[in-house]
Ligand binder design. Sequence first.
Ligand SMILES: Cc1cc2nc3c(=O)[nH]c(=O)nc-3n(C[C@H](O)[C@H](O)[C@H](O)COP(=O)(O)O)c2cc1C
Length: 202
Amino acid sequence: MKLLHIKVSPNLTGSASRIVASHLLAKLQQRYPALTETVLDLAQQPLPHLDALTVSAFLTKPELRTEAQLKAAALSEQLVDQLLAHDTLLISSPMWNLGLPSVLKAWFDHITRAGRTFAFTAEGEKVGLVSNKQVLVVMANGTPLLGRPTEADDQFTPYMTTALRYIGITDVRFIRVDGTHHPQTRAAAVPEALAAIDFLQL
Ligand SMILES: Cc1cc2nc3c(=O)[nH]c(=O)nc-3n(C[C@H](O)[C@H](O)[C@H](O)COP(=O)(O)O)c2cc1C
């Protein structure tokens, strides 16, 4: 297994998503002793947002790009190459303001690329080009949402599912750490997430 481990929480020590993802990684290492891990820590190496030059490079055929455009698109090309070189993604992230922290959204903006991770059919429909990947997402949120009237406020899970499907990835599983703020809910949420991992068919 070639695993790309994307870490998002800026809380490097007490992060619930990082702690639970480490447990999941340990399980994967047990199951696949030959597993190799590449870490992309977006909290420690944040990605830049797309600027005008980078977007213009994306919209220009590679062979027609200027030197400046080639340079601007280089990071995105590297991130796409990195994604394609792995068969499994482990993404650990907090929910921020109901959705993705912007560093994780920036990663999607860099890797969602026409001609590289998706294409247009003759009819103009988008079709994903990334095949044979599985994604495991550990997501932590402060206020419990699951099974409550506020559950539908979650924009993180549907965005991730849809954005990954757009590039061709449909094998996506979520491990939720649901309610990390209050000591009482956290005391249940973290062990529940760890137990959910123990039941995962990996
Ligand atoms: C900027 C910010 C926005 C947040 N937005 C939400 C939110 O919309 N819903 C929620 O339940 N928790 C929210 N939280 C709480 C985090 O999701 C929670 O603390 C989570 O455990 C953080 O992940 P970590 O423990 O892996 O660092 C937010 C926290 C921060 C710092």
